[in-house]
Design a protein around this ligand. Sequence first.
Ligand SMILES: C[S@@+](CC[C@H](N)C(=O)[O-])C[C@H]1O[C@@H](n2cnc3c(N)ncnc32)[C@H](O)[C@@H]1O
Length: 390
Amino acid sequence: MSPAARREAPPAPDLPLDQVLQGDCLDLLPQLPAESVDLVFADPPYNLQLRQELWRPNNTRVEAVTDAWDQFPDLAAYDQFTREWLGACRRVLRPSGTLWVIGSYHNIYRVGAILMDLGFWILNDVVWVKTNPMPNFRGVRFTNAHETLLWAQKEKGAPYTFDHHAMKSLNEGLQMRSDWALPICSGRERLRLAGVKAHSTQKPEALLYRVLLASSSPGQVVLDPFFGTGTTGVAARRLGRHWIGIEREAAYVNLARRRLARVPAAALPPEALASLNPRSLPRIPFGALLEHGLLRPGTTLYFGPQGKTSARVLADGSLQAGTQRGSIHQVARALRRAPCNGWEVWYYRDPRTRRRQPINRLREKLRKRGYPGHPAPRAARPRRALTKGR
Ligand SMILES: C[S@@+](CC[C@H](N)C(=O)[O-])C[C@H]1O[C@@H](n2cnc3c(N)ncnc32)[C@H](O)[C@@H]1O
């Protein structure tokens, strides 16, 4: 099914939207309706198994993850817990849903194997490269400077949400790669109580912003079963997604609620919160510029904003450049001796300013008028899925 043809199903009426639920996710997840959530982001306990305190060379103590919530009697207990929460998340995910899990080398391999055993299909493993990692104070290993995010779909081959255009746009026109360089959460973003970190593993908002922008659409429901300080909720609120957070510790629940109350809701309409898929725009052939009087047969087009190479526009919408005759794309390709999009390389001379302008401007003009036979310019809609599982 074409991405644009898919209709977004509204959230189930009995979902506790935009709320922090206090309790154990193993108890609360079964109470949510089946197949009601579009995206899960999970930052589960790492099971770090730290046995001793860490000290810096200047004799200050490192605020490491030694919390009770990260303790498990043994690996078997951790695996059993992982199997249960992943299974419970799988039940609440829609068939088109996807799940992210973030972890370190302590747990991510175990989590990855279990989620594959449960039937999830891994789409990517993303490496979050920490630009300001904590040093290895004892100097006995490499500095641990990354965490891994697994991104998996519930059902192999099902359509799923991936806003490729948003990711490209966020990355200044280059395809977003699977290595993300982002700083750890620090400075003003880091929640502190009496000067001490309020939570040992608060994630950076930038990380969640990217995850949600890539893999959910405005209005969809994002669930975080290990909500902590509520970073997922913050990104969801900023991006106009619904969120549900589950957190066991009352102190973190309060912290997250207070934090979220301060975050303004998305200030843009839904269509501006997703990227524009160029393929969803009405296709306008170059000849339409002639038919609608935006260009005349015989007009000279220039190859690029400067330079001497030019072509003449013929009455049928083809171009003639020397001995080359063909579409704007064919002639451009022949001149460049490489694949290229004619809309991006041909320029006309604006009769008023005498300046060269890209022909794409004329196409935009026609689009704005509402090109005959096509609906008037459409609002941006998120691109829904695209790839078959490999
Ligand atoms: C790694 S932290 C998540 C931090 C969060 N991503 C943030 O940015 O603040 C894991 C959180 O899960 C909570 N937790 C652990 N086991 C839980 C369970 N069974 N159900 C619900 N929450 C749990 C912990 O209290 C902790 O706050």
